[in-house]
Design a protein around this ligand. Structure first.
Ligand SMILES: C[S@@+](CC[C@H](N)C(=O)[O-])C[C@H]1O[C@@H](n2cnc3c(N)ncnc32)[C@H](O)[C@@H]1O
Length: 272
């Protein structure tokens, strides 16, 4: 199985739209007419949730008119947040269920004009060269066996002086499985910060920042119950995880707590 087909089979549940609609109705929201915040934390599919998305947007410098590429855009929570800042966003993702639901949610939020989602692999997007000011890759690298190829493609797509923000879980694959992104070590592609920096430099980037965000993520987990199975809020991250939710959540929280995995923000710039 290729990385891409492994990813699609891990993330596709077939009933996410139905479950999300049910949770929205239960929260008193009409799924066809939404504000981005009506989706709570359900569409920010990474450790640290919406607060982490806001942090990444600031670090990358996303604002009015920024042309943003969101690589592995998932359900589109980050893309809609960037659009709410005035950015024009293009998302690419291999999981059809996510691309279709994200597009529906963009339209429900009245953001269909400023966000476009494509079902494309990050390695070969088919998008025009030098057409973005900024790119983000949030909690996608753990599914990428060929990070060097993906970083080369992002480098091609950014204009000179453009910024890439990577917010991933870094470490090694010696972890307890299942994890949110993989059922077993053989289909997991967690790598170290030294690996990421090496691939980025080889692709032509300058690495300007590499920060450990474990403390902030553990605070969101403790104070907001992001991965707590007892959290009564249905519009939360676990909704997306599919089968074996509790084990996946327990494993990722324990690995971050023990320092085996670290959520890190890496900023890299394409030289002028
Ligand atoms: C954990 S989710 C993160 C989604 C989103 N970035 C967020 O933070 O809310 C990982 C996403 O990466 C996508 N993905 C994984 N490998 C990919 C690839 N090779 N090309 C495009 N998308 C990919 C998955 O389909 C999934 O939507």
């Amino acid at each position: 199985m290729s990385d891409t087909s492994e990813t699609i089979s891990r993330y596709s549940t077939g009933d996410l739209r139905e479950r999300l609609h049910a949770a929205l109705w239960a929260a008193g929201k009409e799924p066809a007419v939404l504000k981005p915040t009506d989706l709570g934390e359900a569409d920010h599919f990474h450790t640290g949730g919406r607060a982490a998305t806001e942090y990444v947007a600031r670090a990358v410098g996303i604002g009015l008119g920024t042309r943003v590429l969101d690589v592995g855009s998932g359900l589109g929570g980050p893309a809609r947040y960037f659009a709410s800042l005035g950015a024009v966003v293009t998302g690419v993702d291999v999981t059809a269920e996510f691309v279709e639901l994200a597009t529906e949610l963009n339209n429900a939020c009245g953001m269909g004009g400023s966000i476009t989602m494509h079902r494309k692999p990050a390695q070969h997007t088919g998008l025009p060269a030098a057409s973005f000011d900024a790119a983000v890759l949030m909690h996608v690298g753990m599914n990428l066996g060929d990070k060097a190829g993906v970083f080369a493609e992002i480098h091609r797509l950014l204009r000179r002086g453009g910024t890439l923000g990577i917010y991933d879980l870094l470490g090694t694959n010696e972890l307890s499985y299942p994890m949110p992104w993989a059922d077993r070590a053989e289909t997991s592609h967690v790598e170290t910060t030294a690996d990421y920096e090496r691939y980025l430099r080889a692709a032509g980037f300058l690495v300007t920042e590499d920060t450990d965000r474990s403390a902030e993520v553990l605070q969101v987990i403790r104070e907001h119950g992001q991965f707590n199975p007892m959290n009564p809020d249905q519009l939360a991250t676990p909704m997306i995880l599919g089968a074996e939710v509790a084990a996946r959540m327990d494993h990722v929280v324990a690995a971050i707590g023990a320092g085996h995995l670290a959520p890190r923000l890496i900023i890299a710039v394409k030289p002028v």
